[in-house]
Design a protein around this ligand. Structure first.
Ligand code: PRP
Length: 181
């Protein structure tokens, strides 16, 4: 039987599994950016817990910035155009950028952001995503660092929401189909 939370939700990745994988990702990023400076750009809101944890496993001189995007008609499905609703606070020209996402799904968000950021001529641009759903991809984009590749499940917790709820669950859980809000 699957492990469940106090709310009866099935746990896909426990807090321990997440912490171990995040530490591995941080070690890899530390290795790849040794001696460099880094700007970590979190994509609000879902990426906030991942950025907070990942950043503390990266032993590189790092700063934070945040953007927020929205896409039209987004419930349990992504669709259509992406809109920037919060821009960067600081220029990224000549900087090493690490875009930090909780989940790479259709790829619409990260394709949009990658294009936007590359127009500003960073020194380098890398993408870290905790979860990847390759089967859902519409835009051709891959992350440089992937925590876990998953099938097409609706996941919540560790930053990810259903109608803005569940972001504070410490584990990544599966939202049962047809579940009430
Ligand atoms: C989620 C997630 C990514 C995006 C991925 O954000 O955090 O930003 O969707 O989907 P895509 O690859 O299909 O574009 P969401 O728009 O749900 O906002 P949130 O982070 O505030 O929950």
């Amino acid at each position: 039987m699957a492990t469940t939370t106090y709310q009866g939700l099935e746990i896909l990745f426990s807090r321990q599994q997440i912490a171990e994988r995040v530490a591995e990702m941080g070690a890899q990023i530390t290795h790849d950016l040794a001696g460099e400076k880094l700007v970590m750009i979190g994509v609000l809101k879902g990426a906030a817990p991942f950025l907070a944890d990942l950043s503390r496993t990266i032993q590189v001189d790092a700063t934070f910035d945040f953007v927020a995007t929205s896409s039209y008609g987004k419930g349990q499905r992504s669709s259509g155009a992406v809109k920037l609703i919060k821009d960067l606070d600081h220029p990224i020209e000549g900087k090493n950028v690490l875009v930090v996402e909780d989940i790479l799904d259709t790829g619409l968000t990260l394709s949009y952001l990658r294009k936007l950021f590359l127009q500003q001529h960073p020194k380098s641009l890398r993408i870290a995503t905790l979860l990847d759903k390759p089967s859902r991809r519409i835009e051709k984009i891959e992350a440089d660092y992937v925590g876990f590749s998953i099938p097409n499940l609706f996941v919540i917790g560790y930053g990810m929401d259903y109608a803005e709820r569940y972001r504070n669950l410490p584990d990544i859980c599966v939202m049962p189909p047809g579940a009430p809000e």
